[in-house]
Design a binder for this molecule. Structure first.
Ligand SMILES: [Zn+2]
Length: 272
């Protein structure tokens, strides 16, 4: 995954090389640079319920979507609840005021509607973007540890198959920046949930250190994606840790509630 700085706006964007090469989508993972918010939200806060001025959040989204090549008027968000609901988004779902919570709760969205911009929020949780270049379908997933253990990444791919006839072998997946093993220290509850979901397959992503664990959420999500039949070489993961890089990202673990949010967006730009 590459980090690029837009010369004109100074905005920093992360893009998946796999998705870029495939063409047919506009997509990006945001960093905290290049927006108009101030204080704890400085500067590209894309979180609508963090206490930031909605007009600034809206302007930040406008800039971010423009840099990603997507239409911010076509944004669709869901209220994220750390569950495993996958929402099927249609063209009529677009339209949101950046102020009130989005009307529907879901931690993943999928669509085959061209131009609709799916957005998920994160600040340590793992954002995942999915693309089927054969059927012309995109997906966006928010996976914290609870969603990861619920298999939301896998359930999203299965929903793409059931709803739109996608073959997982055709899919491309980009696992974005989030808290990495270096900083995600947990008690026994998180590893137990992963082992309950994945059995032995979870072992490489759970490291015991003293009485604590270090958990690799990106690796676990990539594992869930591969289980659906997506070939390993079609799954890309960012190395960047949101907790290690305060220059680039907000981290919930580091900052608590006094912070902004990153977002990841994806839209279909061409028909198939
Ligand atoms: Zn770290």
């Amino acid at each position: 995954m590459s980090v690029s700085e837009q010369a004109r706006s100074g905005m920093v964007l992360l893009k998946s090389e796999l998705l870029e090469r495939a063409g047919g989508t506009a997509h990006a993972f945001s960093a905290r640079i290049g927006g108009v918010s101030e204080g704890a939200y400085f500067s590209l806060n894309l979180g609508y319920r963090r206490g930031d001025d909605p007009a600034r959040v809206r302007e930040n989204f406008r800039r971010f979507c423009a840099a990603a090549g997507a239409r911010f008027e076509n944004l669709v968000c869901s209220a994220q609840v750390h569950g495993d609901t996958v929402r099927i988004v249609r063209a009529e779902d677009i339209g949101w005021d950046y102020e009130t919570p989005p009307p529907k709760a879901a931690d993943a969205m999928i669509t085959d509607a061209k131009g609709v911009v799916l957005a998920v929020f994160s600040a340590d949780c793992i954002p995942i973007l999915l693309y089927d270049p054969v059927r012309g379908v995109v997906g966006a997933v928010h996976a914290g540890w609870r969603g990861t253990a619920l298999g939301i990444a896998e359930k999203t791919v299965l929903a793409m198959r059931e709803t739109f006839g996608c073959n997982p072998a055709d899919l491309l997946a980009a696992v974005g920046p989030g808290i990495s093993r270096c900083c995600f220290e947990t008690g026994d509850d998180v590893p137990a949930a992963m082992v309950s979901a994945l059995g032995d397959e979870a072992d490489p992503f759970l490291i015991r250190e003293g009485g604590k664990w270090r958990v690799d959420l990106k690796g676990l999500n990539a594992c869930f994606l591969r289980r659906t039949g997506i070939p390993a070489e079609r799954v890309e993961a960012s190395e960047l840790c949101t907790a290690c890089r305060p220059d680039l990202f907000w981290s919930h673990r580091r900052l608590g509630e006094e912070r902004g949010s990153q977002a990841a967006v994806i839209a279909l730009t061409t028909g198939t």
